[in-house]
Design a protein around this ligand. Structure first.
Ligand SMILES: Nc1ncnc2c1ncn2[C@@H]1O[C@H](COP(=O)(O)OP(=O)(O)OP(=O)(O)O)[C@@H](O)[C@H]1O
Length: 358
């Protein structure tokens, strides 16, 4: 049985639908992420699960229990927000204990459970400090401990890392993932950061304008995006305009560069190739491109180029000591055909079938 089931959910502000007929099934123990640009409705949907927003349509279930009309306090959820919602006047220990005290748990159990949490979050030495003496990352560990000590059925997290600097974000997202696995708690996580979503999630729902575009594992979303919005939102993507000759089963990129490939259409049509920078390789044949810049990034080097269609493309190569390319040089670039996605001209449909290994 699914842990959270959402059927045909609608949220309206006035006449405006901001969540538009969403269906989702989240499994027990799953780390599930709602990902999308600002304003796409992720927080609104999360708040509907929590019970903080009215629901204008659809049904929400925890297990087989319909929760639409259940008070938030009865839903047994833990929440962590962007702003570390810890009580400033209480010590770290008192903050973490809070939920158990509210539930009138005996003091021996409170002590044991709180000690366990302090250890799990690696903040034992801060137990008797007030939150303001802690860094942002440590405060978020307190918030997380406080949310999960009550053993909620579902943990809801809304951009919990956005106020932290880049290094801490990476560190804490790994901690969150490890702890979620250890505790096995079903988690719904909201972020606009695609890299964070990929690093942390079992599955991701990519949202745009209140609609789920694709719901799948990070790998599937990266390698097999359903439309150009998803392809562009996740990772770096080169868009190359081309033409499909259906009779000859050829993709025509330029006069001199064609790929043999059968697409899921019987008609000649204009298409958009979607190619990751790592799936373009410098070669002695292919598209003739002009190098306009190169950026050394340690493990990799990024080459920015202009292709024969006057499109700017990015080529990612593993770095090596004597790697050089002079700006304005002409180079040939080949496409790793087995890795590309091909979309209709309007970007709405992926024309690559399942026959290609992704
Ligand atoms: N109380 C409200 N009244 C009217 N409109 C609202 C209200 N809350 C949110 N909205 C609108 O609903 C849409 C979805 O907002 P929501 O906060 O869910 O987006 P989001 O994807 O979480 O974005 P962000 O990452 O910026 O928080 C937005 O267009 C927003 O302006």
């Amino acid at each position: 049985m699914s842990k959270i089931l959402i059927k045909d959910a609608v949220k309206k502000y006035g006449d405006r639908e901001v969540v538009k007929h969403i269906n989702l099934e989240i499994k027990d123990g799953e780390f599930f992420t709602l990902l999308g640009p600002s304003g796409c409705g992720k927080t609104t949907l999360l708040r509907m699960i929590a019970g903080f927003n009215s629901i204008e349509g659809g049904d929400f279930y925890f297990g087989d229990k319909r929760i639409n009309d259940m008070d938030p306090s009865k839903r047994n959820i833990g929440m962590v927000f962007q702003n570390y919602a810890v009580f400033p006047n209480m010590t770290v220990r008192k903050n973490i204990e809070f939920g158990l005290r509210e539930r009138k748990v005996d003091s021996q159990t409170i002590k044991e459970e709180t000690d366990k949490m302090l250890k799990l979050m690696q903040i034992e030495e801060h137990a008797e400090k007030k939150p303001q003496a802690l860094s942002g990352g440590q405060q978020q560990r307190v918030a997380l401990a406080r949310a999960i000590i009550i053993k909620p059925d579902v943990l809801l997290m809304d951009e919990p890392l956005s106020n932290l600097d880049a290094k801490l974000r990476v560190e804490l997202r790994e901690t969150i993932r490890r702890i979620q696995r250890e505790v096995g708690i079903t988690t719904v996580y909201v972020t606009h950061d695609q890299e964070e979503a990929m690093a942390i999630s079992d599955r991701i729902a990519v949202m745009k304008d209140g609609v789920i575009q694709q719901c799948a594992s990070a790998r599937e979303i990266y390698h097999k995006p359903i439309n150009t919005f998803v392809a562009n939102f996740i990772g770096t993507n080169n868009k190359i305009k081309a033409f499909y000759n259906a009779k000859d089963e050829k993709i025509e990129i330029s006069k001199d560069y064609k790929l043999d490939m059968k697409l899921n259409t019987a008609d000649d049509c204009e298409i958009i190739l979607s190619v990751r920078p790592e799936d373009l390789i410098r070669s002695d044949k292919g598209m003739e491109c002009k190098v306009i810049d190169h950026v050394f990034l340690g493990a990799n080097t990024h080459f920015h180029m202009i292709n024969p269609n006057d499109e700017e493309i990015d080529v990612l190569e593993e770095s090596y000591l004597n790697q050089t390319e002079t700006i304005n040089n002409k180079v040939f670039v080949e496409i790793k055909k087995e890795k590309i996605n091909v979309f209709t001209k309007d970007g709405s449909l992926n024309l690559v079938g399942d026959s290609y290994e992704k």
